[in-house]
Design a protein around this ligand. Structure first.
Ligand SMILES: O=C(CO)COP(=O)(O)O
Length: 302
C-alpha cells in the first residue's frame, strides 16, 4: 500500500512492527492542517460548555452479580478528575444493580435499545424502559451489533432518533473493517455510517461519536494516535460540511479499540480525540480510572 507522504517513515515502521494496519492512502492531511488552528480555537471555546473529555466503559456481555459488585466498589473508590464525563454500560440485566450501587458521579448506559416504542417485540428492551430505570445513555451502532448481529445503517439511524426522542443520550459508533481499511475505504465507510446518523439526528447535543476501527476491537492492535487522529479530524470535517460548523466544533469524537491504561495518555494528547470508549480494560476498575484520568495529558497539550 502506498504510504502517505505526510507521515514520517520511522512512524510507519513502528506501526508495521506493532502489526497495525497502515494509515489511509487517500488522506487529505494538507487540507486538514490548513483548517487546524481555526478549528482548535473554536473547540477550546466550546470546551467550556458540552465539550468535556468523555470516557465510556462498555462491559459487553461480561460479568456476574458478584464480579459487577466488585467492579462497582472499585469504581466508587476511584479518584476521578473533575473534568471528565464517565459512563459505564453494563449488560441490561445488571443495569438496575449498577444504578443502585454506583456513585452518581458515573452515569449508566445500555448497550442497545429497541428501535421504537415497546410492545410485542420479544427479547427487546425499549428506550422508555431504560429511562424508567434511570439509565441515561445508550450505545448504538457498535460493530458487534453491525457485524455479528447484522444491524444496518438505516436501522441504527432510526434507533438513534427514537432514543434521543425519549431523552436518552447516544454514543453513536462508526468504524471500518480491516479489509475496508486495506482497500483505502476507511473514510467512505465512516462517512456512510455518519450519514445514516445525520439523516436521523436533528439535535446533536446529546450525541457522542465513537470511532472504533473494527480491526482494533479486542485484538490488542490499538490504532496509533496518528491513525485515530486522522479519522477523527476527517469525521469532524465531514460534520462541518454536512451538518454544521457548530456541531463539528462541539460534538465529542471518542476513540475505541484496545485502549488501555498504558496507551491512553498518548492517544488523549491528539487534538480531535475527546475521550475513549473502552471494552476489556473497563472491566478493571483501577485501569478504567487511569483511562478516565488521561484527561490530564489533554490539558498539557491543549
Ligand atoms: O468495542 C470496544 C468498546 O466499545 C472496544 O473494545 P476493546 O477495548 O476490548 O478493544
Amino acid at each position: 500500500m502506498a504510504a502517505p507522504s505526510s507521515l514520517a517513515s520511522s512512524h510507519l515502521s513502528r506501526l508495521a512492527a506493532a502489526g497495525a494496519p497502515a494509515p489511509q492512502p487517500h488522506h487529505q492531511n494538507h487540507q486538514l492542517r490548513l483548517g487546524c488552528s481555526r478549528r482548535r480555537a473554536q473547540r477550546l471555546v466550546a470546551m467550556a460548555g458540552s465539550g468535556k473529555f468523555f470516557v465510556g466503559g462498555n462491559w459487553k456481555c461480561n460479568g456476574t452479580k458478584e464480579s459487577i459488585s466488585k467492579l462497582v466498589s472499585d469504581l466508587n473508590a476511584a479518584t476521578l478528575e473533575s473534568d471528565v464525563d464517565v459512563v459505564v454500560a453494563p449488560p441490561f440485566i445488571y443495569i438496575d444493580q449498577v444504578k443502585s450501587s454506583l456513585t452518581d458521579r458515573i452515569e449508566v448506559s445500555a448497550q442497545n435499545t429497541w428501535i421504537g416504542k415497546g410492545g410485542a417485540f420479544t427479547g427487546e428492551i425499549s428506550a422508555e424502559q431504560l429511562v424508567d430505570i434511570g439509565c441515561q445513555w445508550v450505545i448504538l451502532g457498535h460493530s458487534e451489533r453491525r457485524h455479528v448481529i447484522g444491524e444496518d445503517d438505516q436501522f441504527i439511524g432510526k434507533k438513534a432518533a427514537y432514543a434521543l426522542s425519549q431523552n436518552l443520550k447516544v454514543m453513536a459508533c462508526i468504524g471500518e473493517l480491516l479489509e475496508e481499511r486495506e482497500a483505502g475505504k476507511t473514510f467512505d465507510v465512516c462517512f456512510k455510517q455518519m450519514k445514516a446518523f445525520a439523516d436521523n439526528i436533528t439535535d446533536w447535543k446529546n450525541v457522542v461519536i465513537a470511532y472504533e476501527p473494527v480491526w482494533a476491537i479486542g485484538t490488542g492492535k490499538v490504532a496509533s494516535p496518528e491513525q485515530a487522529q486522522e479519522v477523527h479530524a476527517a469525521v469532524r470535517d465531514w460534520l462541518k460540511t454536512n451538518v454544521s460548523a457548530d456541531v463539528a466544533s462541539t460534538v465529542r469524537i471518542i476513540y475505541g479499540g484496545s485502549v488501555n491504561a498504558a496507551n491512553c495518555a498518548e492517544l488523549a494528547k491528539k487534538e480531535d480525540i475527546d475521550g475513549f470508549l473502552v471494552g476489556g480494560a473497563s472491566l478493571k476498575g483501577p485501569d478504567f480510572a487511569t483511562i478516565c484520568n488521561s484527561v490530564t495529558s489533554k490539558k498539557v497539550t491543549a
